[in-house]
Every structure is written in structure tokens, then in C-alpha cells.
Design a protein around this ligand. Structure first.
Ligand code: KG4
Ligand code: ZN
Length: 340
């Protein structure tokens, strides 16, 4: 019997990107993201501005997603939206829109956990990309989170390690800020790092027991190091930007890899999937790939457009929840903080 096509409209508005996607079953028909450049002027996301920009962007972004997918709203099977975690004002724009449209079209409403979506993005059907099998370990690295998650099944996940202070994305962004690079600095550190020597400077790694992480000390170490060096040579940063970025990135990757190796040995699971904005980092991607040869790991690295915040990942969770009829009433509330 041929399976009936399920069309999901997915909406993501947890932080500073307004995104919408249309999926047909587990295939992405369209994936539209409107970045909010306004925050760059402030060196970080300003919640009130984010919420206002979502209100301006949401209708054109959803309209573009439907048009690109060539799907009419009357064909939609359900609407999935990000319930949390995220900025409350931003989440409310997406959830209010999703609720109203689901009500108007008389179709089911599906609430999605943003962090689960970063992990389950690996189940989007994409040519050339394998899907992990359960159980696997997920390393979710973003501007707000750094976690190692044991994924037993689609909705059976266990956090086995997480940051005790800054997220890894913050470590990138705050280091970049110290270097005078604009926000968000992660991609810029990555760019400079590719041209530098990763072993030019050594920064001490934090000593955190078990599978937890800490990144706040690294930022301080970088700050003191640069203060000392610029006293000797005021142009130290300009003269050595590539080596500095490469050494910072190298230290961050080592911190992540040390914990991953420990997680593999403790859990006996050697399938590793990465997700979240920082998984766009070229050094992290290549180091993980090397892990396949070095440690016999099987690693899953998502397609670039599914790493940073996007709605396709919300859509794939929506599809899984649609299959089990895991729907919400319109009184479902947004949550700034949620665990799995
Ligand atoms: O997942 P995401 O888009 O948003 C959150 O949920 O936080 O992640 C954004 C984070 C930012 O900190 C950004 O600097 C970082 O991902 N990022 C990178 C790279 N691309 C994005 N960090 C390092 N290297 C990159 N290439
Ligand atoms: Zn995210």
C-alpha cells in the first residue's frame, strides 16, 4: 500500500532567525531563513528587537516557504512550531502564528523542542547523508547549549554531560569579541583559524570532572594572554590574528574531543552525531571525521543548512510526532527553558 504524503509546515523562532520549512514526509521541500542583522550592531542578540523582527518577518518567510515548496496551505497536514527553549518574546511570535494558522485550517498543531530538533535533523532524508541508528551519542553545540546526549530513540534522550557555564558558541563569540571581531564571531574565528597554526599558542584547558564542560575560564585566559602580549606589541592581534584564532579553535576542539572520547568509553556507543550552530565549524567537522579512522567511530555531520537554526529540523520532528499523533491543543504554552 502506498503511504499517503504528509505535508508539514514548520516554524522556528526561538532566537534571532525567523525560519519556515515545508516537508513532504521526511524530505525537505523548502527551507527558508531570515537572519536578523540588526543584532550585529549591538554585539549580541537583543531580545526585544528579535521579537519585533520576527513579527515583521514571519508572514513573508512562511509565504516564501510555501511558494518554494509549491504547496498550498490547504494541502498541509499539520503545523509544527518551536515550543522552546529560547527567548520568550521570540518563541511567542512563532507559537501564536502556528496556533492561529492551525486553527484556521483545522489541522493538528505540533510542539517541538528546539534541542531535540538539532539532534533529529539527522533523520531528514538527504542524498549522500546516512541516518544514525539507535542508540547514538549526540554532541549539541550551539550559542545557547553544549550537551552530550545519549539518544535511545526519537523521543527517548538522556543528557549525560553539559556545560556548567558558557556554551561553546559563546566561547567562540566572546573570544572573537575580545579580538575585536564582529558578532557572531564563531564563523570568523573559523575562517582565520584555517589560515593559522593551531599550536602557535597554548591555552590551559579546564579541569571539569566527568562529562561536563566549562568554557568561561578559556575566555579569561585569552583575555589575560592578549593583555600581556599587546603591552609588548600593540599590533599583536592584527599581526597574529590567524594563529590566535587557530590556537583558540584548537583548544575548544580538544576540550570537546576529550569529553567525547570519555563518553564513548563510558557508554560503549561509538556512533556520534553533531548538531547546533557550532557544528558548522570546519575544524570540528574534520577532527570528527579523523576520529573515524583514529578511534573507529561512525560520525554523522549534518548538511550545512541544517546545522545553524532552521525550520527543516523542526519539520522532521513534526513529521515523527505526526506519525504517532502527538498533537497539542491551542492552549499549549511556550517555554523559555525545557529539558527533553
Ligand atoms: O544553533 P545556532 O544557530 O543558534 C543557537 O541556538 O544558539 O548557533 C549559533 C552559534 C553562534 O555562537 C555562532 O558563533 C556559532 O553557532 N557558529 C560557529 C560557526 N558557525 C556558527 N562557531 C564556530 N565556527 C563556525 N563555523
Ligand atoms: Zn539552535
Amino acid at each position: 500500500m502506498q503511504q499517503q504524503a504528509v505535508f508539514i509546515l514548520a516554524i522556528e523562532s526561538s532566537c534571532d532567525d525567523t525560519a519556515a520549512a515545508v516537508l513532504q514526509n521526511d524530505k525537505v521541500l523548502s527551507n527558508v531563513v531570515a537572519n536578523q542583522l540588526i543584532h550585529n550592531e549591538y554585539g549580541g542578540v537583543v531580545p526585544e528587537l528579535a521579537s519585533r523582527a520576527h513579527q515583521q518577518n514571519i508572514v513573508p518567510v512562511i509565504d516564501a516557504a510555501l511558494r518554494k515548496a509549491n504547496v498550498k496551505k490547504e494541502q498541509l497536514s499539520a503545523i509544527a512550531f518551536t515550543q522552546g527553549p529560547g527567548l520568550m518574546g521570540s518563541l511567542l511570535v512563532g507559537s501564536s502564528f502556528a496556533k492561529s494558522l492551525a486553527l484556521a485550517l483545522n489541522i493538528p498543531l505540533i510542539a517541538v523542542n528546539h534541542m531535540q530538533a538539532h539532534i533529529l535533523a539527522h533523520f531528514i532524508d538527504e542524498e549522500g547523508f546516512d541516518k544514525p541508528t539507535f542508540p547514538f551519542l549526540a554532541l549539541t553545540i550551539s550559542g545557547g547549549h553544549t550537551q552530550i546526549v545519549k539518544v535511545n530513540d526519537f523521543f527517548d534522550m538522556e543528557i549525560i554531560g553539559e556545560t556548567t557555564d558558557d556554551a561553546v558558541g559563546e566561547a567562540f563569540d566572546k573570544s572573537a569579541k575580545i579580538l575585536g571581531l564582529p558578532y557572531p564571531g564563531g564563523p570568523l574565528i573559523d575562517k582565520h583559524a584555517q589560515l593559522g597554526n593551531p599550536k602557535a599558542y597554548v591555552f590551559t584547558k579546564p579541569k571539569v570532572p566527568g562529562l561536563d564542560f566549562s568554557f568561561s575560564g578559556l575566555k579569561t585566559a585569552i583575555l589575560y594572554f592578549l593583555q600581556k602580549e599587546t603591552q609588548k606589541n600593540p599590533d599583536f592581534i592584527q599581526d597574529n590574528i590567524n594563529d590566535i584564532c587557530s590556537s583558540i579553535q584548537h583548544t575548544i576542539i580538544e576540550i570537546l574531543m576529550d569529553k567525547l572520547k570519555l563518553a564513548v568509553s563510558q557508554s560503549g556507543i561509538n556512533q556520534i552525531a553533531i548538531g547546533g550552530g557550532v557544528s558548522a565549524n570546519s575544524g570540528i567537522r574534520s577532527t570528527l571525521k579523523e576520529g573515524e579512522q583514529k578511534y573507529g567511530w561512525k560520525t554523522y555531520i549534518p548538511k550545512f543548512e541544517y546545522t545553524t537554526d532552521n525550520a527543516a529540523m523542526i519539520g522532521i520532528v513534526g513529521y515523527q510526532k505526526f506519525l504517532t499523533q502527538n498533537f497539542e491543543n491551542s492552549d499549549v504554552v511556550s517555554k523559555a527553558r525545557i529539558q527533553f
